[in-house]
Ligand binder design. Structure first.
Ligand SMILES: [Zn+2]
Length: 320
């Protein structure tokens, strides 16, 4: 496969539709006709915006808006129009759940306008440099300086935005090494970023610290946030319940246990693909976003990559 080089605006769509040769048309993740941006009201002042990129949380205060993630860069203006249709106040704060281009596409547009951008310090690290993503045989260019986070954190924190008190927390190594989830206790809404792909196999970016064991553990942790009624904004997929999350958690643990057995025997990726240890999961999980083969090509190498990372001192951390 030719090595591809593209900017972040086409990030996940290009990775999955072009570079990795996947068909995502059914789920509308950045291929063919763009999926219209749709808004779903969750409470009087919280909405979910969805389109081609990752899901977006929008929180309204009396004097401005908080956006959690920002879709693709090539739809950033369209997204701002959709936001303005809901609320004419300006976006005051942008939060990035992690560094991927289908979530940080509004950074440059809003950063240029002086909007503060908050992200985990590792997200800023990856956003500021060219990143080679081995699983996709691709490189991603750095954001322009105005799109970089203006405030970073290490473990998490709390924001009070308007009437909403929001807790946010980093999960060390799962989808990447900079995944952050946010919980709105009063509204009982949880936004997971890409720690949770609802109803589909998740992307695992092992080149920036992700691994399947972490994805499975992250859902163990997130299942304990809130209660049985908590409404969940996943990174991708529809507004979800704890039941949906439990199903993903069970699938990920099953796959991890099976792959770990192969890994301990020293099996090669080709051996694993030949054995196809996800054949029984395919009807439920492999029909839309990633098929089983593509998922195994990310999930299996992620185990060895994580072991290497652990040996070299754990997750990537930078002081800013
Ligand atoms: Zn992602």
């Amino acid at each position: 496969m030719a090595k591809l080089n593209f900017c972040r605006r086409d990030f996940l769509g290009s990775l999955l539709g072009g570079a990795a040769g996947l068909s995502l048309a059914r789920r509308g993740f950045g291929q063919a006709a763009p999926t219209p941006i749709q808004a779903t009201k969750l409470t009087g002042h919280i909405a979910l915006l969805s389109g081609d990129g990752g899901n977006i949380g929008l929180i309204a205060a009396e004097d401005g808006l908080l956006m959690i993630d920002g879709g693709y860069a090539n739809r950033a203006l369209e997204l701002q129009k959709a936001v303005a249709e809901r609320d004419t106040h300006p976006v005051k704060l942008l939060f990035n759940t992690h560094w991927h281009g289908d979530h940080v596409g509004s950074n440059e547009l809003l950063g240029k306008a002086g909007v503060k951008i908050v992200a985990h310090q590792n997200a800023k690290f990856w956003l500021g440099r060219k990143v080679t993503m081995e699983a996709f045989n691709s490189t991603v260019e750095p954001l322009k300086p105005e799109g970089l986070p203006t405030k970073t954190f290490i473990d998490g924190g709390k924001i009070t935005f308007g009437k909403e008190k929001i807790e946010y927390k980093w999960f060390p190594n799962a989808h990447t090494d900079n995944d952050t989830w946010l919980f709105f206790p009063a509204a009982n809404v949880l936004q997971t970023g890409d720690l949770f792909f609802s109803g589909a196999y998740p992307v695992i970016d092992y080149s920036t610290g992700g691994w399947i064991g972490g994805m499975a553990e992250a859902l163990d942790k997130l299942l304990k946030v809130g209660d049985a009624q908590t409404r969940i904004i996943p990174g991708h997929g529809p507004l979800s319940s704890k039941g949906d999350m439990q199903a993903s958690r069970d699938m990920l643990h099953t796959v991890y246990d099976r792959l770990d057995t192969f890994s301990k025997k020293g099996a090669s990726l080709d051996n694993v693909l030949k054995a196809n240890p996800v054949a029984d999961l395919e009807p439920k999980w492999g029909q839309g976003f990633l098929n089983g083969e593509r998922f195994l090509r990310m999930a299996y190498p992620s185990i060895a990559k994580h072991a290497q990372l652990a040996k070299s001192g754990g997750t990537h951390r930078v002081s800013w």
